[in-house]
Each structure stands twice: as structure tokens, then as C-alpha cells.
Design a protein around this ligand. Structure first.
Ligand code: IMP
Length: 422
């Protein structure tokens, strides 16, 4: 029997996927990242112990095998640091890295920063981790892959071709830094030697494991609105965040994915630039930011906050074929009255519930109001333990999306999680 679950962010990332993945990891043999790199930040709270991971799949904290698929981009320096930091805390992470995953090189980080400065007022607001330039090189066939780090001659041949192009590009952006081939070669071959035992054909291992009925959890990073094709382009990340990206980014065929959980925060947040139609630049926005501790795990930037936008989540449902929803941070809405949900947009006298491809800022959200609630019980175990107003809020979301809400998170710790029984 196939036993696979994929977890996808349905908004702009930071939906609390780390907690849901950590919760589901208990039953998984493998936890797999399939896109993105150390632009992601997952915070996991294990009985008060906080772990912040950027590239290693969070399931390793539970002793699971963490796989970094071919669709990821890997900064080896960050990966080695994360492995060492976990080892210092007594966790020996079991990690497998696809030999086909692309490597974030020093010039990618430089170019990410340079491109943002060049764009000035029109910048994307990237995490400056070199993600976009690394994916650009992959598609331009100018990338370095993990397997290249295992063979000095191969890496040198690649750098001979690539470095002059990157040096010229840096000059175009006015960056004075000189790329030293010998230094880069030595450093990256050293990373390769440290990571050698982890670098394997992950697609073979995963497909075999699925056939053997092992439980596989695919851990999405970012959220559907940051998808390179279906997000708010160009204010997106550079990878395929939707569930299809999970197949491309692991080599696991679509027929092998049987459960896709969309993680949805009970309101909306976004870091970086780009449209956010339900944004609240007022006291309510600040309330959500403070009560939800909405500051980026990766860059510490304050997150922009707003009401839940179901046009966005419906977009995610369609694109990722979600089979169920996990709602997070319901507790953060406690104390607000009324609470609003955006159900449609209007433009030029017409209404739509389809997310537009461009000119997003010209659309106006149409809201439905819900009565708020004063408090949530601490550590509720059952859906019916929630106040009626909170249940009505969740039931409306379920009806709107036509997908069951199977998990509700009411606080950061594992114990503050309701699994809805049906
Ligand atoms: P990049 O992925 O660093 O190129 O950044 C592109 C956009 O995606 C920026 O708006 C970032 O703030 C956003 N972004 C990237 N990773 C995450 C994440 O894990 N959570 C939320 N936003 C992210």
C-alpha cells in the first residue's frame, strides 16, 4: 500500500508547516524536502525546546531520515552548520542529499544582493540567500550539482566555464569582488568531502521505499503564492511550490502521492514585497503581528499581516489537489471581534473568486464578517472543545473550499493540536 503524504503551504509561506510536519513525522520513515533552499525557515517547538532549521528536513529531530531532493538548492556551508548544530544538541541527523540537487555558490549570494540593489524600489525583497541566481543557473545549464563536489576535475571544468560569466555579470552590477577559482575549488571540494556519505541517488531510494510501503512525508517550503508560475510573479520565489513540484523535485511520480495536506494560517502573512490584498496597516495588523509573533525565521523581518483570504487558499487547493486542510494559529485571532474573511475580489464593477495573473493591486477584497471569541480552552483535544464562534469560522472555511479541515493548531507546542475525528 502506498503511504505518502505531502504538506504544502497554501499562502505566502510561514503557515506553520514546520509544526504540522513535525506532528506528522511521528508516523513517517522519510521526511523529504523537494524545493527551495535555506530561504525557508521552520521553527519546531518540542516541549519548549526550539529548533530552527533552514535546509535540513525538520523530521530529523524525531530521528527520521531527512531527504534533500533534486529540486532543492543547497548551500553546503549552511547544511554543514545545521548538521553540526544538531549534533551539538545530541541529535545525529540522518540526511540523504540528491546528487542532482544544485549548489548555491558564493557568486549566487553576491548576485542575489546585487540584483536587489539594482531593482531599488522595485526589489523582490528576497532572503538574499542566492536562491534565485542558483535556480537561474540550473535552467540556463550553468549550475553546479552536488555530484560535482565529489570530483575535483569535474568541478574545475565547470568553474572554468562558469566563473568568467559570473565575474562579468558581477561587473555589470558594479560589484567589485573578484572570484578566485582556486579558493572556490578548494572550499567546495572540502564541502564535498565532508558531505560525501550523504550524497546519493535519492530518487532510487525513495521510489524503492514507496514500493515497500514505507511512509514518506514530503515537506513543502514557502507557499503556493510564492510559486514561480502560479504565485504573484515576479514577487515569488524561484521554485515550484505546488504539489507537482514535489514530483519534479524528487523523481517520485504523481501516482505515488496519495494525500496532500494544505497548511493554512487562520489569517494571512507575507514577508518581502508584492501584493497582499487583505493587508491590515492598522492596529489589527499590529495585533496579529504581535500575538502571532510574526517575524521571519530566516531574516527576522516583520511579516505583513491581514485577514484570511480564501481566494488565495482556493487557488492553492486547485493547483495542489489538496485532500485536506490543517489550520494553524487559530489562537492568534482570539480577542478580535469581528473577524473577517475575504471571499471574493471586485474589479470594475465585477466580482471574481479566481486569483488574477497581474495587476493584483487593482482588485478590492470583499469580506464576510464573523463574530469573534474571547478565549480558547488551553490544549483543546476535540473540535467540539472550541467555542461555537471558532467552530463556525472553521466550518465556513471547510464549506467554501469543499475540503475537510483535519488538523487545527491552537498554539506552538505539539500538545496544542486537535486532530478532527470524523
Ligand atoms: P527568495 O526565495 O529568497 O528568492 O525570495 C523571494 C520571495 O520569497 C521573497 O518575498 C521572500 O520573502 C519570499 N520567501 C522565500 N522563502 C520564504 C519562506 O520560507 N517564507 C516566507 N517567504 C519566503
Amino acid at each position: 500500500m502506498i503511504n505518502t503524504t505531502m504538506v504544502i503551504g497554501t499562502q505566502w509561506g510561514d503557515e506553520g508547516k514546520g509544526k504540522i510536519v513535525d506532528y506528522l513525522s511521528r508516523d513517517a520513515d522519510y521526511v523529504v524536502r523537494f524545493q527551495g533552499g535555506n530561504n525557508a525557515g521552520h521553527t519546531i517547538n518540542v516541549n519548549g525546546d526550539i529548533y530552527k532549521l533552514h535546509i535540513i528536513p525538520s523530521g530529523v529531530i524525531q530521528g527520521k531520515i531527512g531527504v534533500i531532493g533534486n529540486g532543492c538548492v543547497v548551500d553546503p556551508e549552511v547544511l554543514i552548520e545545521e548538521i553540526n548544530a544538531l549534533e551539538e544538541r545530541g541529535i545525529k541527523p540522518r540526511v540523504l542529499i540528491s546528487n542532482r540537487a544544485h549548489v548555491i555558490m558564493p557568486y549566487h549570494r553576491l548576485l542575489d544582493g546585487a540584483a536587489e540593489s539594482y531593482l531599488g524600489g522595485k526589489k523582490i525583497g528576497t532572503t538574499k540567500r542566492g536562491i534565485g541566481p542558483c535556480y537561474s543557473d540550473k535552467i540556463a545549464r550553468l549550475g553546479i550539482r552536488m555530484s560535482d563536489l565529489l570530483d575535483r576535475e569535474q568541478l574545475k571544468q565547470r568553474l572554468d566555464v562558469i566563473l568568467p560569466i559570473k565575474q562579468s555579470l558581477l561587473e555589470v552590477y558594479g560589484v567589485k569582488e573578484k572570484l578566485n577559482e582556486k579558493e572556490i575549488l578548494d572550499r567546495y571540494i572540502e564541502y564535498g568531502s565532508q558531505l560525501r556519505s550523504f550524497i546519493v541517488d535519492t530518487h532510487i531510494i525513495l521510489n524503492q521505499a514507496i514500493k515497500e510501503g514505507r511512509s514518506i512525508l514530503f515537506e513543502g517550503a514557502q507557499g503556493v503564492m510564492l510559486d514561480i508560475d502560479f504565485g504573484t510573479y515576479p514577487y515569488t520565489t524561484s521554485s515550484h511550490v505546488i504539489s507537482g513540484g514535489g514530483c519534479i523535485g524528487t523523481g517520485v511520480p504523481p501516482g505515488f502521492i496519495n494525500r496532500v495536506i494544505g497548511v493554512m494560517k487562520a489569517y494571512t502573512t507575507r514577508v518581502g514585497e508584492g501584493p497582499l490584498l487583505t493587508e491590515l496597516k492598522n492596529g489589527i495588523g499590529r495585533y496579529l503581528q504581535e500575538h502571532g509573533n510574526e517575524f521571519g525565521t530566516t531574516t527576522s523581518r516583520p511579516r505583513r499581516c491581514g485577514w484570511l483570504d480564501l481566494v488565495v487558499v482556493k487557488h492553492a487547493c486547485i493547483l495542489s489537489g489538496l485532500t485536506e486542510i490543517a489550520v494553524t494559529k487559530l489562537d492568534v485571532l482570539t480577542g478580535l471581534d469581528p473577524i473577517k474573511i475575504c471571499v471574493r475580489y471586485s474589479i470594475g464593477g465585477k466580482e471574481t473568486d479566481v486569483f488574477p495573473p497581474y495587476n493584483v493591486d487593482k482588485y478590492v477584497p470583499i469580506y464576510k464578517e464573523f463574530p469573534g471569541w474571547d478565549e480558547l480552552p488551553s490544549k483543546p483535544k476535540d473540535f467540539n472543545d472550541l467555542p461555537r464562534e471558532a467552530r463556525d469560522y472553521l466550518k465556513f472555511i471547510e464549506d467554501y473550499l469543499g475540503i475537510p479541515i483535519n488538523i487545527v493548531s491552537t498554539g506552538p507546542s505539539r500538545r496544542e493540536t486537535i486532530v478532527v475525528s470524523r
